[in-house]
Structure formats: structure tokens, C-alpha cells
Ligand binder design. Structure first.
Ligand SMILES: NC(=O)c1ccc[n+]([C@@H]2O[C@H](COP(=O)([O-])OP(=O)(O)OC[C@H]3O[C@@H](n4cnc5c(N)ncnc54)[C@H](OP(=O)(O)O)[C@@H]3O)[C@@H](O)[C@H]2O)c1
Length: 463
């Protein structure tokens, strides 16, 4: 859990709200230390004088109307400890707000270095009012890091293929909420206009003709390529061909438009983020894979290699290329969960096949943050696995899903039945791969949902 969220959960407030009270606490502590000491030093003399001057002795003195703790300072060690704690909290809060924490903080909290580069999810979704409120602290506390090159204020215009799909829709929302412009590159204006009606999405331009795609791409600062025919169907030779062609053709078209947009003169997009999939690595019950692992030798690995190969034809001397190998995306409105949740709700949920296959997943919000960060952060380049850092076996996913929706996960579906239904396409659910996001971790990308239980809980809350 990142520290911003930890604070929110543990104390119910975030960094911004923490700074003011802690600063006040610190100031009061310092004043108390200075004047409390003095008054403590003077106390015995004054008490002695009072006792001596009161006829009848100290026992008969009238009781103070004000409680003694308001008159006498608390014990010195308590004040010192409190003030030191306040100072430490203030430093942490300032460091978190400003990006890279100062050295002292990094020694005590080594993991806090992850705040330095990415600032992707929670930070990115802060309102501009919150960001403005903190800029004075940012400049005073942060030192240079990869993420410092990111210009959060620069407005982007992003052309997106597959914007009408499960991932694309959420990405469009995110970009618009951050005041960027979007051009939806689609095969069908009517579909795109029903997903993004002009009345509610004034920042969206829809393009479905070849010339319009070209114009949109030329006028964009970045391009995201998410188009592709869904793969979770029964595979016939024709379907297999279309799964491949839908990706390769759209990617080729986009790359051609980017390359002809004269990016060498500073025109056209400077970044191209293209989707691919963890299927690149093939499947295994025992091995784990990261970005340096070789490709597998099954059909999906072949598709991913071809898909990535076309994307790599972009002129990389002028355009930064990011290839995101996406795992199974978890969200309420699409992907695998949209098919599984109804079964669980009908008490018909359970693992598919043996349940021992690896399930390399990512929450939709994290994937969208990763794409967004790839668009704006020059440190993000090359292949990045779009998966959460804690993959699970399918049996665990089903068990957790059952828990969060309050249903049992007791009805396993035999592999044979799935093969009968999906043919060769059954491999999508019966075989998996354990994929680790080494690059995202190295870049300091901060996941909102590193654990599947939290991801599923968040999704179940929206049901
Ligand atoms: N969702 C996952 O779990 C997951 C996992 C790994 C990889 N990925 C990859 O990530 C990308 C986005 O995923 P998604 O779940 O958002 O996909 P999606 O919901 O299936 O949407 C993909 C979009 O691609 C376009 N498309 C569909 N069929 C096409 C065809 N035959 N030819 C050309 N374009 C076609 C459609 O846009 P228009 O109709 O507007 O043209 C569609 O909205 C896909 O490339 C997918 O393979 C997804």
C-alpha cells in the first residue's frame, strides 16, 4: 500500500490535510519546550513564596479553579518526544507531497523512493486545486529524478484506437478528467458516438475514415493503440486469422501515419503506446516471466510477436515507443470478470480446469494509470509488463472472488467441457503464465491494487 493511501486508511486523512495540524503541533511543542522549561524552573520559587505567604500552611490553600496540567507544563521527556514525532511527521508529509523524499526519510523508509519517479495514480487524479496548493512544498523538498522531467501541466492530445473498448473507455475518461483532448480512432462513428455522445464528451473528436485518422494522428502529441478483436471465443482458422489481422493491420496503419507525420521536425506525436499481451511469453505452471524472458511458441505468442513487430516499425529515433504486455484486466464492465461475476452470483462459480494455472492480472485503474504515465513520462520506454506485482493461481482468484461477492467457489468447471466449448481457444482460460512487472517496479510505478483481494473488493463495491 503506498504511504498516501496508508495515511488515509490508518488516520483517515491524506498528506495535504496532515501538514497543517502537524505544523501547528510542532510549533506548540517548540514554544512549550522553551517557555515550559522556564516556567518549570521558576515554579519551585513561586510555589515556595505562595506557601510561605499563605497563613495556615499549604494544606489550607484554596484549590485552583484551573486544572493543574494547564498551569504546569507536562514532563519534559513527553514534550521532547511529542515534538520530535511532530517534526518527523512533518518531514514525511512534506517529502511525500514534494516527490522524492529527503535522505533522512529514505534511510528510515527505503520504499519511499517509489514516490520519486512515477506519481502515477493517486497523484495524477488529484484535482488541480490540490496540486496548486502544494507546489511551494514540491520545489523546496524534491531533488531530481526520472519523474521530474514530467510536465504535469502540459496539455496532451491523444489519438486512441480501440477507445470504445473496455480499457479504452476508462482511458478516455481519465484523459478528459485531467483536461487533455482525445481523438477516438474507430471503425464505426455511430458506435463511438453512442459511447461518447458529443453533448457529454465535448473534448472528444471521433474519426472513422482513413483521412480523418491521419489528420488526428498528425495533430496529436501521443497515440495509444488498443484495437484488436476479442480472443475469448471459439477459435476457428478464420477467427485465428482475424485475431491476428485485426491487431497487425490497425497497428501498421497507425505506425504509417505516425511515420509520415514528420516527427523529425517536432510535428506529430512524440510517443506511441501500443498494447500487446502476456501471451507473448507462452504458458507455464512453474516458470515466471519478466520483460527479459523469451517469447513462447504457441499461437498467442506468435500473435504478440507480430503485433509488437509492427509497432516497432515506428521511427524510434523521433518517437518514444512503449509496448505494454497486458495481463488479464480486472474491472466490473468487461474482460474476464464481467463473465465470471454473473456465474458466481448464481452460485455457479468455481475454478476452471485444475485451478492451478497462473493468473497474471491487473486492475483496470492501474492499467489506465500505467498507460497514462507512459504517455507523459519519458522514463517509460520499451517493453513494460502491464500486470500487478502479485499474480495468483486461478483457484485463489476464484476463492477471493467468492468471498467478496458472498458466494461459494465450489463448482469447478472441468477442462474437457471448456475445450469442447472453446476448442483451441480454451487455452486462454485453462493455461496461464506467472508474469512479474519488473520494469514498472523499477520505474517506481505505484499500484493502487497490488493484491487481488483489494482489487476484487473495490470492484465488488461497484456492483
Ligand atoms: N482486457 C484484457 O484482459 C486484455 C488482456 C490482454 C491484452 N488486452 C489487449 O488490450 C487491448 C484493449 O483490450 P480491451 O479489453 O479494451 O478490448 P475490447 O474491449 O475488446 O475493445 C477493443 C476495441 O478494438 C476494436 N476492435 C474490435 N474488433 C476489431 C477488429 N476485428 N478489427 C479492428 N478493431 C477491432 C474495437 O474498437 P472500434 O469498434 O471502435 O474500432 C474495440 O472497442 C486489446 O488489444 C486486447 O487484446 C486486453
Amino acid at each position: 500500500m503506498d504511504t498516501e493511501r496508508f495515511l488515509r486508511v490508518a488516520v483517515g486523512i491524506g498528506v495535504e490535510e496532515l501538514v497543517a495540524p502537524v505544523a501547528v503541533w510542532l510549533a506548540v511543542g517548540v514554544v512549550w519546550l522553551i517557555f515550559g522549561q522556564q516556567s518549570k524552573a521558576g515554579m519551585p520559587t513561586r510555589q515556595k513564596e505562595r506557601k510561605e505567604s499563605y497563613p495556615g500552611g499549604a494544606e489550607n490553600q484554596p484549590k485552583h479553579l484551573v486544572p493543574s496540567f494547564l498551569i504546569q507544563p507536562p514532563p519534559l521527556p513527553l514534550v521532547q518526544a511529542g515534538t520530535a514525532a511532530a517534526a518527523a511527521l512533518l518531514l514525511i508529509a512534506l517529502a511525500l507531497a514534494g516527490g522524492r523524499p529527503p535522505m533522512a526519510i529514505r534511510i528510515f523508509f527505503p520504499s519511499s523512493t517509489s514516490f520519486s519517479t512515477a506519481q502515477p495514480s493517486s497523484t495524477a487524479t488529484r484535482t488541480s486545486r490540490q496540486r496548486r496548493g502544494f507546489c511551494c512544498f514540491c520545489s523546496s523538498t524534491s531533488s531530481a529524478g526520472a519523474g521530474d522531467e514530467v510536465s504535469s501541466s502540459s496539455m496532451m492530445t491523444v489519438s486512441i484506437t480501440g477507445a470504445t473498448g473496455f480499457v479504452g473507455r476508462r482511458l478516455v475518461h481519465k484523459l478528459l478528467s485531467e483536461d487533455h483532448k482525445v481523438c477516438v480512432l474507430t471503425r464505426s462513428t455511430s458506435k463511438a458516438s453512442s459511447v461518447f455522445p458529443a453533448s457529454r464528451y465535448p473534448g472528444v473528436t471521433v474519426a472513422d475514415k482513413e483521412g480523418d485518422w491521419e489528420r488526428c494522428i498528425r495533430d496529436s502529441t501521443g497515440v495509444v493503440n488498443l484495437a484488436g478483436m476479442p480472443i475469448s471465443t471459439r477459435w476457428s482458422p478464420e477467427i485465428k486469422r482475424e485475431i491476428l489481422q485485426s491487431r497487425v493491420n490497425v497497428t501498421s496503419k497507425v505506425v504509417d501515419h505516425i511515420n509520415s507525420s514528420d516527427s523529425s521536425n517536432g510535428n506529430g506525436p512524440s510517443v506511441f503506446v501500443s498494447a500487446t499481451a502476456v501471451g507473448y511469453y507462452g504458458t507455464s505452471e512453474t516458470d515466471s516471466f519478466d520483460e527479459s524472458s523469451p517469447s513462447g511458441n504457441d499461437y498467442l505468442a506468435h500473435v504478440c510477436r507480430e503485433w509488437e513487430g509492427r509497432a516497432r516499425q515506428v521511427k524510434q529515433e523521433h518517437v518514444r515507443l512503449v509496448l505494454i504486455r497486458i495481463g488479464v484486466v480486472l474491472g466490473k464492465d468487461g474482460g474476464a470478470l464481467a463473465k465470471m461475476i454473473p456465474l458466481f452470483m448464481m452460485f455457479a462459480g468455481g475454478p476452471l480446469g485444475t485451478g492451478r494455472q497462473w493468473f497474471s492480472w491487473i486492475h483496470l485503474d492501474d492499467l489506465v494509470d500505467l498507460i497514462y504515465e507512459s504517455l507523459r513520462n519519458p522514463a517509460y520506454t520499451g517493453v513494460i509488463n502491464g500486470t500487478a506485482p502479485n499474480p495468483v493461481r486461478l483457484s485463489e482468484l476464484c476463492e477471493r472472488l467468492g468471498q467478496v461477492v458472498g458466494r461459494p467457489s465450489w463448482l469447478p468447471v472441468p477442462g474437457l467441457a471448456i475445450k469442447a466449448l472453446l476448442g483451441e481457444g480454451a487455452t486462454v482460460v485453462l493455461d496461464g503464465q506467472k508474469v512479474l512487472p519488473a520494469r514498472a517496479t523499477q520505474l517506481g510505478f505505484s499500484y493502487r491494487y497490488p493484491y487481488v483481494r483489494d482489487a476484487l473488493k473495490a470492484i465488488a463495491k461497484q456492483l
